[in-house]
Design a protein around this ligand. Structure first.
Ligand SMILES: Cc1cc2nc3c(=O)[nH]c(=O)nc-3n(C[C@H](O)[C@H](O)[C@H](O)COP(=O)(O)O)c2cc1C
Length: 390
C-alpha cells in the first residue's frame, strides 16, 4: 500500500513529500512532475505569491535512471520566498532575531489562526499560519504526479475541470476528451471547458477584485480507466467513496464533496437516479445507462469514470479585513492581512487530481501490489482476465 506525507511551511526553506510503497520500475519524468506543479500555480485570481515562486521538484531518493527503485521517495520543492523570511523565521533562535519577527496577533476568521493558537498555546498565530497554508499542497501535487505515473501504467488517467466560480456555473456536461484537453493548455484562465461559462466565471473574479472580496466554487475530478472492484463494501474504512471524500475535503478551503451527481440525486426520485445495468453480448461486457453514481457503488469502483467534486468556500483573507480581536489587548481589531489569492478553484482542481490519484494508486496496490511494476501488472492482468471471463 501507498503511504505519503508532507512537511514544510509556507515561508520555510522548502516543502517535502515522502512517498512509500510505489513498486520498483515506475517511469518518472521530472518535467512531468514540474508541469503538475506549474498547473497548481495557475488560474485567474491568484495573488502575488505565485509570481514569486516557480516550483521545481527535486527528487533526492527512491528514483534512479528515471525509474522508481522501490525504496522511499523523497521530493523537495524550494520556497523562493524563504530568502525574505530567513530572519523572521529562523530555525535557531538568536537574541538578535527578536525584532525581525512578523507576529500575527489578530487572527483571521476562516483560518486556522485562532483554533491553532489556542490548541498549541501560541500567542503568535504565525506558527499556525505557516503550516495551515495551502502552500503545503505543492508537496501533495508532487507526490500525486508520481501516483499518476503509476496509474498510467494501467491505462488510468486523472483530470479536472472547474464547474462553478461563485454563482457562475458550467451549464453543459463536459466530455472526458474536453476535460483532458484542458490539461495541455499553456494559459489557464479558469480551467472551464466552455468559453462562455469561463468568461462569466472571470467576471465574478473581476467583481471580487473590484470590491476587495473573494470567491469560492466547485471543481470536478474525473478518473478514467479504473477497473471495477477497487475499494470494498465489506468494512466502513475500506469504502473507496469514504477515502476519496476524506482526500478531497482535506484540501484547504474545501468544505463539501460530491460523488457523482449526489446533490441532484438527493432531490430526485430513485427511478431517475440509479444507473441501469445492461449487457453487450458481442463484447461480453456489462454496460450502464448513465453514470450518476460517479463510478462508485457499495464503496467500490464499478468500471465507469470515477467522478468527485470539491466545493470551496471563498478565500478567507479579505483585502477589506473582517472583525477580529487582538491577542494582546483583547480589544476588537480588524483581522491581519497577508498577501492573498482571490480565487483558487482551478488550482484546487489540480490538487484534487493529486489526491484522487494517490487514493486510487493506493487502492490499486492494495489489490494488485507487487514489489516491481511487472509483478503488479501481471497481477492486474490476471484480474482483468477474470472479470472478462465472468
Ligand atoms: C490552492 C489554494 C490556495 C489558497 N490560497 C489562499 C490565500 O491566498 N489566502 C487565504 O486566505 N486562503 C487561501 N486558501 C485557503 C486557506 O488555506 C484555508 O481556507 C485555510 O487554511 C483554512 O482552512 P479551511 O478553509 O480548510 O478550514 C487557499 C486554498 C487553496 C486550495
Amino acid at each position: 500500500m501507498l503511504r505519503f506525507e508532507t512537511a514544510g511551511e509556507s515561508h520555510g526553506e522548502c516543502l517535502v513529500a515522502t512517498l512509500v510503497g510505489l513498486p520498483a520500475g515506475v517511469p518518472v519524468s521530472l518535467p512531468r512532475v514540474d508541469r503538475e506543479l506549474w498547473r497548481r500555480q495557475q488560474g485567474y485570481g491568484r495573488g502575488g505569491r505565485m509570481k514569486i515562486e516557480t516550483d521545481h521538484a527535486r527528487i533526492v531518493s527512491g528514483v534512479r535512471h528515471s525509474k522508481t527503485i522501490g525504496s522511499p521517495i523523497a521530493i523537495l520543492i524550494e520556497n523562493k520566498d524563504w530568502k525574505n523570511w530567513t530572519e523572521a523565521l529562523p530555525v535557531e533562535d538568536a537574541e538578535s532575531s527578536a525584532d525581525k519577527r512578523k507576529p500575527l496577533t489578530r487572527p483571521r476568521p476562516g483560518h486556522a489562526d485562532l483554533a491553532g493558537s489556542l490548541k498549541y498555546n501560541f500567542h503568535d498565530a504565525r506558527y499556525i499560519l505557516e503550516r495551515a497554508s495551502a502552500r503545503e499542497t505543492t508537496a501533495r501535487v508532487a507526490a500525486g504526479a508520481l501516483a499518476k505515473a503509476f496509474l498510467a501504467e494501467f491505462g488510468i488517467a486523472v483530470a479536472s475541470h472547474v464547474v462553478q466560480v461563485g454563482p457562475a456555473g458550467l451549464e453543459c456536461e463536459a466530455s472526458w476528451e474536453e476535460i483532458v484537453a484542458l490539461g495541455s493548455r499553456e494559459e489557464v484562465l479558469l480551467n472551464c471547458v466552455d468559453a462562455g461559462a469561463e468568461q462569466r466565471m472571470k467576471a465574478v473574479v473581476d467583481e471580487a477584485y473590484r470590491t476587495g472580496d473573494t470567491v469560492g466554487g466547485v471543481f470536478e475530478v474525473v478518473a478514467h480507466g479504473a477497473p471495477p472492484g477497487l475499494g470494498s463494501h465489506t468494512t466502513w474504512d475500506n469504502r473507496l467513496d469514504g477515502k476519496l471524500a476524506q482526500a478531497i475535503v482535506s484540501i484547504q478551503a474545501v468544505k463539501g464533496v460530491e460523488i457523482g451527481r449526489a446533490a441532484a440525486g438527493s432531490a430526485a426520485m430513485g427511478s431517475k437516479v440509479q444507473d441501469t445495468i445492461h449487457y453487450d453480448h458481442e463484447s461480453r461486457t456489462f454496460t450502464r445507462g448513465a453514470n450518476r453514481a460517479g463510478g462508485l457503488e457499495g464503496g467500490m469502483t464499478n468500471g465507469q469514470d470515477v467522478v468527485v467534486r470539491g466545493m470551496l468556500k471563498p478565500i478567507s483573507t479579505l483585502r477589506r479585513p473582517l472583525e477580529s480581536v487582538d491577542f494582546e489587548t483583547r480589544e476588537p481589531a480588524l483581522a491581519a492581512y497577508e498577501r492573498s489569492d482571490v480565487c483558487v478553484v482551478p488550482a484546487a482542481g489540480v490538487i484534487g487530481e493529486a489526491m484522487v490519484a494517490l487514493v486510487l494508486a493506493s487502492a490499486m496496490l492494495e489489490k494488485f501490489g507487487g514489489d516491481s511494476i511487472d509483478e503488479t501488472k501481471s497481477n492486474f492482468k490476471g484480474y482483468v482476465e477474470q472479470v472478462k471471463n465472468f
